[in-house]
Design a protein around this ligand. Structure first.
Ligand SMILES: [Fe+2]
Ligand SMILES: [Fe+2]
Length: 271
C-alpha cells in the first residue's frame, strides 16, 4: 500500500500569494499532478493539516477544485490554520470528517494499514493541544484492534524540534500523555505530522515519528534559540509511505523538473 502525504498547503483567499510571496495554490496544483503521475500510483492521499490559511469557505472551495483531479481517496485533517466547521461544510461528501463530534478525528478501517487521525487544534490559537477526551478516544481505538498495524496522524509534532519559534507553537498540552498511550500500543507503525514545513524524523516514547515537508514553502532550518520566524523556498516535496508486511518505508519525493534520470551504465537517458 502506497500513501502520499501532502501537508501544509495553506491555500489562500482568491489565490493571493501567502506572505506576499508564495503562490500556494500553484504549488498544490504541481503536487497533485506529481502524485497522479507516480508509477505505481499511490493508493490514498493523507493531508495532515493547514490545508488552507485562514479557514474560510472560499479557501476550502479553491482547495476542493485543486484536489479534484486526484484519482484516489483523499483524507483531510485540520491544522491550526483550519476551521473545523467550514472544512466539514466544504467537503460534505467526506463522511469520515463527521466521526469525531466536536473534533475532526476519525478511524479509517478499509485499508491494509489502519489510519487514526487526531485533532490537535485549539481554535483561534497556533499551538496544539490534546485534552483527555481526544486522548481517551485514541486509547479506546488502539485498544479495539491491538494486533492491527496502525498509523496515527496529527498536525502538531509531539516533541520539541529545536526550531524555537515553532516549538513555542507546538503541542503544548497532552504530549506526555500521548507518549504514554503510544508506548502501550506496539501496533503503531508511525506517527505522521505536519506543521513544521520541513522533513524531520524522531523516535519518541519508542514510536517513530515523521514530519513531512510542505509542497510550497519550508520553515528555515535554524536551531539558534533566538532564530526568527522565517521560511525558505527549499524544494517542495511530499512523503511517500510504502506499507508492506515487512514494515513502513518512507521516501521523500521532490516536486519539480530535475535533470535526469540517466542510466548509470552509459549515461544515456532512462526510459
Ligand atoms: Fe503550516
Ligand atoms: Fe500548523
Amino acid at each position: 500500500m502506497l500513501i502520499a502525504q501532502i501537508t501544509d498547503t495553506h491555500i489562500t483567499r482568491e489565490r493571493k500569494p501567502a506572505y506576499n510571496r508564495v503562490d500556494t495554490a500553484a504549488f498544490l496544483e504541481r503536487a497533485v499532478a506529481h502524485v497522479n503521475a507516480m508509477e505505481p500510483r499511490p493508493d490514498i492521499v493523507v493531508m495532515t493539516g493547514d490545508l488552507v490559511d485562514e479557514g474560510s469557505a472560499g479557501e476550502y472551495a479553491i482547495l476542493r477544485d485543486i484536489l479534484a483531479p486526484l484519482s484516489m481517496p483523499v483524507y483531510l485533517m485540520p491544522g491550526n490554520h483550519d476551521e473545523r466547521g467550514t472544512l466539514r461544510a466544504g467537503f460534505p461528501d467526506h463522511a469520515y470528517l463527521a466521526q469525531g463530534g466536536d473534533w475532526i478525528q476519525y478511524a479509517i478501517e478499509e485499508h491494509p494499514l489502519r489510519l487514526l487521525a487526531l485533532d490537535t487544534v485549539t481554535p483561534g490559537r497556533s499551538h496544539g493541544e490534546l485534552c483527555a477526551g481526544r486522548l481517551g478516544w485514541l486509547a479506546d481505538r488502539l485498544a479495539e484492534q491491538p494486533e492491527r498495524p496502525t498509523l496515527v496522524m496529527l498536525h502538531h509534532p509531539p516533541f520539541p524540534t529545536g526550531i524555537a519559534h515553532m516549538d513555542r507553537i507546538g503541542l503544548l498540552q497532552g504530549a506526555e500523555a500521548l507518549g504514554k498511550v503510544l508506548s502501550q500500543h506496539g501496533q503503531v507503525q508511525r506517527v505522521l505530522c505536519g506543521h513544521l514545513h520541513r522533513p524531520i524524523q524522531a523516535v519518541w516514547h519508542g514510536t517513530p515519528v515523521s514530519v513531512a515537508p510542505s509542497p510550497a514553502h519550508q520553515v528555515a532550518m535554524d536551531l539558534r534559540p533566538g532564530g526568527p520566524s522565517a521560511f525558505v523556498m527549499e524544494p517542495p516535496a511530499i512523503h511517500l509511505h510504502s506499507w508492506t508486511p515487512a514494515g513502513l518505508v518512507t521516501h521523500q519525493s521532490y516536486i519539480g523538473d530535475f535533470d535526469g534520470p540517466y542510466l548509470f551504465r552509459d549515461g544515456s537517458p532512462a526510459a
